[in-house]
Ligand binder design. Structure first.
Ligand code: GTP
Ligand code: MG
Length: 344
């Protein structure tokens, strides 16, 4: 019911995987945009965040989802770079995640940063599903744009199907070598014990309805307790990037993962030398479905609750650091919060 939905926060879904395996393309398909085409050298170099509302998810998932089964507001997707030199950003994305999507190119299988991502997920104990991406590159593939994967499989020749199966079982074997029992997602009974593998294509969108359905189901079933937060509590977040914004000076793009941040709040932000104590001058929210990294038309809001991406404008943020904590002071003393930020 609706009143309940207001007290559950949006789950944070990190998208991890080897370079070029299709993380940003997958998010492009879900948000209906083209962020990956605009990237320098075609690789992602920062962490991104995009809020996908439940009605968009149920619209894409079509017959697979009944939105009345869910009382979570949607999913906040975190895009991470796959290039080997950005391991800090992958670890940061993994640390923010409630659940994760491990994107694996179905032809390439496990690669070094796939292994690295798995290590992060194992370390943080984050539940995940595997998106076996690029099924459309299977020789002889007959694309079924935006369709559920079962329907798409039914439209393939025996030869294409068996080539894809071979690649999928290779990935399931690699997951097993990494210590995870896994199977094609429709065969998984207990997603806490087994990793579900979802064959899909970010290019054609086939299988994407299945991925969204599995993510919503996982969040709803296993994480509802963790999502029930004190929505009025002091906001807590992590800085993704420090950026100059015209008219505001240095701002911090932040993922808020707990509580609420309000305009005018006193906040403490981790800095290069010491924590910065400042006051929120503006909260700038990207539009739904917009990637905070590339958004141009932010909306000024009075407050923003977890989980969400928000650009925070406040004085003295030029020494703020990517990866640093952001804490609202509210009913504690500034010193307490400064000590907490120093300890992180
Ligand atoms: P990094 O962020 O640099 O790690 O890469 P990424 O994982 O975000 O990969 P990206 O989405 O940038 O895609 C890399 C390339 O693969 C691009 O040329 C995409 O068009 C292509 N690609 C991604 N998904 C698919 C797919 O499902 N099918 C096909 N045929 N190509 C795809
Ligand atoms: Mg990318």
């Amino acid at each position: 019911d609706h009143t309940h939905a207001d007290t559950l926060r949006t789950p944070i879904v990190a998208v991890l995987g080897h370079v070029d395996h299709g993380k940003t393309s997958l998010l492009d398909t879900i948000r209906g945009s083209a962020v990956s085409e605009g990237e320098a050298g075609a690789i992602t170099q920062h962490i991104g965040a995009t809020d996908i509302p439940l009605d968009t998810i149920s619209g894409m998932a079509g017959e697979l989802i009944d939105p009345s089964d869910f009382d979570l507001p949607g999913l906040l997707f975190i895009d991470t770079p796959g290039h080997h030199s950005f391991s800090t950003l992958r670890a940061r994305g993994g640390a923010l995640a409630d659940i994760a999507v491990l994107v694996v190119d179905v032809n390439d299988g496990f690669q070094p940063q796939t292994e690295e991502a798995i290590d992060i997920l194992r370390r943080t104990g984050t539940p995940f599903v595997v998106a076996a991406n690029k099924v459309d590159t299977t020789p002889g593939w007959n694309p079924q744009d935006g369709e559920p994967i079962q329907k798409s499989m039914d439209a393939q020749s025996e030869r294409a199907k068996s080539m894809l199966d071979e690649n999928l079982y290779e990935i399931i074997g690699q997951l097993s070598d990494a210590g995870f029992s896994a199977d094609l997602y429709w065969r998984v009974q207990d997603f806490q014990k087994n990793i579900g593998v979802v064959p899909l294509s970010a290019l054609t969108g086939e299988g994407v309805p299945d991925l969204l359905t599995v993510l919503m189901g996982l969040s709803q079933r296993f994480m509802k307790e963790e999502m029930a937060i004190d929505v009025q509590g002091p906001g807590e977040g992590t800085v993704l990037e420090v950026k100059d914004e015209r008219g505001f000076g240095a701002t911090v793009d932040t993922v808020v993962y707990d509580g609420v941040i309000r305009n005018g709040d006193q906040i403490v932000v981790g800095g290069q030398n010491e924590p910065i104590v400042t006051e929120v001058r503006a909260l700038l929210r990207p539009r739904p479905l917009a990637e905070i990294r590339t958004e141009k038309e932010f909306e000024k809001v009075g407050e923003i609750g977890a989980a969400a991406g928000v650009k925070i404008a406040a004085p003295d943020l030029d020494q703020a650091m990517a990866g640093a904590p952001v804490r609202v002071v509210r009913d504690r003393t500034v010193d307490e919060v400064v000590e907490e930020v120093k300890a992180e």
